[in-house]
Design a protein around this ligand. Sequence first.
Ligand SMILES: O=C(O)CCC(=O)C(=O)O
Length: 279
Amino acid sequence: MDRQALINEFLERGVVVVPGVFARDEVEVIKRHFMSLNARKIGGYEGDNITDKADPLAKYPRMVHPHRWDDLSLRWLLDDRLRQWTTALLGKEPYAAQTMFYFKPAGARGQALHQDQRSLEVQPGTCLAAWMAVDPCDEENGCMQVVPNTQSLPKLCMVDADTRTSFSGSTVPLADWMQPEPVIMQPGDVLFFNGQVIHGSGPNTSADRFRRSLIAHYVAGEAEKVAKFYHPLLNFDGDEVEVGASEHGGPCGVWVERDDHDVLEIVGKGDGQGAIQYD
Ligand SMILES: O=C(O)CCC(=O)C(=O)O
């Protein structure tokens, strides 16, 4: 594996897959651990409001912030391999903000395209996701979809998502020059992408395959504020780090057509008005 080539890829495209960060037997232990928690109805996130009992996600709700009560999740979040990779990609050791586990069983909806910075609201700087495949992921079982080269975009204004294919209710529109790419991964591979990168996933259309993933979000070490939902941040030694609470909202970008080409216009707070070229 050419480490520097992977770092360069991240710097150029805002996204990179590092193969085999975790070994297959480690991932197997993680998989069994979360399946056992789910079987005991421990840790399912209720904030997604999935009330239809026939929805596959009702039986397998994602977990949000399990590192706050689950030692395995905490150890994974602060694992030295993730410390090394996140530090190499960001140029400075970040703080840990979040873990999530997605089960995504057969028939489950995906998550519409979005930017994580919209949720974490890191200031200054941005966040970095480390998304580990627990199962082989491909288009059939709803692998991740990313839009490379969107790492420098500002936050985009959200619109309603199609909730027949997405469990989350909002999404970001794409410019005419953007094309989501499927990310094919094997268990133990980690996809890294920064907080502005547009990403999401489609439904799991397989007959019987899960598409499980363990996800961490980190924030760049110079951050002074992060949305309250992600407090407390941790450093890689597991100590809590004090930062301020950022607010949601503020100016955001919408695509407008100019000379047959989509460009971004920033709307929102009065002083943020005006068209900016972000292509
Ligand atoms: O795993 C997925 O399907 C989507 C995950 C995601 O978008 C995220 O972690 O921000």
